[in-house]
Ligand binder design. Sequence first.
Ligand code: 5AD
Ligand code: SF4
Length: 431
Amino acid sequence: MNREKYYIRAYGCQMNLYEADVISSIMDKAGFAQVSNEREADIVYLVTCSVRNHAENRVLGRLNSLKQLKKSKPDLIIGILGCMAQNYKGKLSNGHGADLVVGPDEYRRLPELVNKFTQVHKPQIQTEFNTENYEGILPKVVNKTTGFVSIMRGCNNYCSYCIVPYVRGRERSKPKEQVIQEVNNLINNGVKDITLVGQNVLAWNGDGLKFLDLLKIVDGISGFDRLRFITSHPKDLTIKHFDVLLTLKKFCPNIHLPLQSGSNRILNLMNRGYTKEEYIQKVKKGREIIPDISFTTDVMVGFPTETDDDFKDTLDVIEQLKFDFAYMFKYSERPNTKACEIKPQVNETVSQQRLTKLIEIQNQITNEKSKELLDKTLEVLVESKNGVQFYARTKTNKVVIIKEPVETGKTYLCKVIRVAGWTPIGKIINN
Ligand code: 5AD
Ligand code: SF4
């Protein structure tokens, strides 16, 4: 019998990319076959994100075109998985046309739900919360140089703007043994660059061990070159972290540390648990202890009640700290979060103006940071190829373009000979 074919596409954060591989593993084991072309698929899964309205709209647009496709392909099964499934539940089937709506804690049941749908032709909605950690499942790894291991799921922080605790539930750490097993699985499949992921990795704990203990254990595993982690909450980052990171063999000196705002008043309303001054102090200390470290961040403008002065405080931090890169967003109200109660909202035009200004300033900084790489010799790992061009990553998480034949999955020393826009172009020096 022909195996049913599924196609899977992940939107949003690294956690979703990781979980798409968990889903593939579950589906393959149950006898389904993955395809990389949506047109060949009997089942299309979208692993979705609810963190901002914009992310949701993209998926709703996609869902709409799948619904159209179904007119000519009536047996197509459409599955909306992940955070939007958890957020909107049955609403995604009524009117929007999803056949399966399955939240982040219910992926083990996907094969069974597909079979049930095929029998009864009624939408299958599964959005129970449990303490699911996907233990015992090794995510599928196909031909990759970089890979993720999720070490914890969910979040307990309740930042007032954030939907994550409502769609992903309480924080839970994955046992050390499973983390080690997944790291080894990536290594056995040729992965060289491993990122530990979680909503707040610094909160990991298990069997009396803390995140730094886990990091030391993973760093000691042989067979891979580079170790990263994402995301770190500034309130939990301490000087001790930098001292320990300095002693690790594989740690790549880059920390993603979401600032969100530079105004103490707004940080307080956001329930972030740190001040502007504490944040600045931590980054400065980090740079003192690990001089080649790069910091990247997330920043938001237009949080309810944000004034011009609050925004100036954000710009002040941006200009002082000069992040290597920043993801910048306009605040997007998420249903049922605490921030919905904070009034007044910032007018859309003002928010947009602030975002434009912020992007302009940060782009200038990102540009300067790239220019600093000129003539530097860097160790890069080649990750992918596009025509004659190769994309390689530095330890500090910057992408360098290489225009001569190299091998993916291999590490080279290269010299940055040019910076185009903010993309460094490298020439191999140890071939
Ligand atoms: N509106 C805008 N941005 C948000 N983020 C999280 N929630 C919201 C929201 N409601 C941003 C934060 C976070 C990143 C993943 O997304 O900056 O760090
Ligand atoms: Fe959201 Fe805050 Fe948790 Fe990050 S730490 S996922 S911003 S609640």
